[in-house]
Design a binder for this molecule. Structure first.
Ligand code: 5AD
Ligand code: SF4
Length: 439
């Protein structure tokens, strides 16, 4: 029996899908080359923005074929939709992001005909991690979930309802997983979580002076940075209110830790930040970035932004544009506010029209691209260490990332995928820079 997984959404979904694939292989299923030859089709989908369910249903329509015997859908979309997901008559299994360890069992139940329409949206994160097999099918760059779920309840966000309350994996499990990945060829590790800065996992051993046998993110990063074979370490996503001075110092002292931090601000206006329940003001955010630059002069930032939050006025929106101009982010992700069922912001008066949100997004993106171009141009004449990830469009072209997640393009007759090389940057565009390999 062959399976195929379609993944939509964030890095954590990519991570989950890899672990689901390993789990299915361990349970005797085989990975299909593509959807057309799969007996089991799995759709692992996020629902943080836009019309997730409609997209899911239309993708099932496109990929389902004569060979398909089981259709399973999973992730945040399953958690949010509950039984109503079975309105699509071809869906056999719907499993939440915390229940994927039972997927092989559910697939076998459907295949044997003993069960139909299985909904599994149990929320026990610790149980899931304890049931997963080791990491053997390893790439040069891997994600490792350290923390999942969120207790922040930003008023626009579904994550606390779909991923559940905040859960930190024990430090020992994370370190063992990173060691396993490194010994199987990984060079770059990205520690991921919805809010990694509030990580507080069980300590592998008791440390005098540390509270209640827990480790914070800072301690975990110090430990992982020392592991043999690790070339580059990243973490994401950070919440500004939980970002500590100690973590800024670790950046300054730890060469293997990329001098780059994704610290989403969402809005540059204090009234909107309050309505979003973000827990900080624009000035407090800017002060943190300024302190970070003082402590670690080569640090660069990326951020997420939401435009058109309910009641946001033109002036309040322009505060966001001003903040973006001021910070000059290396990379940014900007979104139109999207109404999510059962979140407080969905019930607010003063929803902004779609056209207005689009107009604001275009204005903000223009400013964000200017910041990006500024940072791309600043690389000209400099040498950057790049980890190559994929081929480019032209023959012999390879694309990789520098420490700041900027895309770097080179030409090479040698296959560079999965390799680090020093690149002298000669040209810069909006979304990437180009250069040549140097010794
Ligand atoms: N509408 C638009 N963007 C959202 N995000 C989260 N929820 C919403 C929503 N309802 C964005 C935030 C967050 C990123 C992962 O997705 O910017 O940081
Ligand atoms: Fe959502 Fe806010 Fe938690 Fe991020 S911090 S996952 S935006 S609730």
């Amino acid at each position: 029996m062959k399976f195929h997984i379609e993944v939509y959404g964030c890095q954590m979904n990519v991570y989950d899908a890899r672990r689901i694939a390993d789990l299915l292989v361990e349970s005797g299923f085989e990975k299909a080359n593509d959807a057309s030859e799969a007996d089991i089709l799995i759709f692992y989908t996020c629902n943080i923005r836009e019309r997730a369910v409609q997209k899911l249903f239309s993708n099932i329509g496109i990929l389902r074929n004569d060979k398909t015997k089981v259709i399973a859908v999973g992730g945040c979309v399953s958690q949010a939709e509950g039984r109503s997901i079975f309105e699509h008559k071809h869906i056999d299994i719907s499993f939440g992001a915390q229940a994927y360890h039972r997927l092989p069992e559910h697939i076998n139940e459907v295949l044997s005909g003993s069960k139909k329409k299985i909904l599994d949206i149990n929320f026990d994160q610790a149980q899931k991690f304890g049931c997963l097999p080791g990491r053997t099918n390893v790439s040069f760059s891997e994600f490792v979930t350290i923390q999942e779920g969120c207790d922040n309840f930003c008023t626009y966000c579904v994550v606390p309802y779909t991923r559940g309350r905040e859960y930190s994996r024990p430090a020992r499990d994370i370190i063992n997983e990173v060691k396993e990945l490194l010994s199987n060829g990984a060079k770059e590790i990205t520690l991921i979580g919805q809010n990694v800065n509030s990580y507080h996992g069980e300590a592998p051993y008791i440390n005098i002076g540390e509270p209640k046998g827990t480790w914070r993110l800072e301690r975990l990063i110090r430990e992982i940075a020392e592991l043999d074979g690790l070339k580059r370490l990243r973490y994401t996503t950070s919440h500004p209110k939980d970002f500590t001075t100690e973590l800024m110092q670790i950046h300054a002292e730890t060469p293997v830790l990329a001098p780059f931090a994704h610290i989403p601000v969402q809005s540059g206006n204090d009234r909107i930040l309050k309505a979003m329940n973000r827990g900080h003001t624009a000035q407090e955010y800017l002060d943190k970035l300024a302190r970070f630059r003082e402590i670690c002069p080569n640090i660069q930032f990326s951020s997420d932004f939401i435009v058109g939050f309910p009641t946001e006025s033109e002036e309040e929106f322009l505060d966001t544009v001003k903040l973006a101009e001021l910070v000059k982010y290396t990379i940014s992700y900007s979104f139109k506010y999207s109404r999510r069922k059962n979140t407080p912001a969905d019930k607010m008066q003063g929803q902004i029209s779609e056209e207005e949100k689009e107009r604001r997004l275009a204005i903000l993106q223009k400013t964000l691209i200017e910041g990006q171009v500024y940072h791309n141009n600043a690389l000209i004449g400099k040498t950057q260490e790049v980890l190559f990830e994929r081929r480019g469009r032209k023959p012999n072209q390879y694309i990789g990332k520098n420490v700041y997640l900027q895309s770097v393009i080179v030409e090479s007759s040698e296959n560079l995928i999965g390799e680090f090389r020093n690149v002298y940057i000669e040209q810069a565009g909006e979304n990437s820079v180009m250069g040549k390999i140097v010794k």
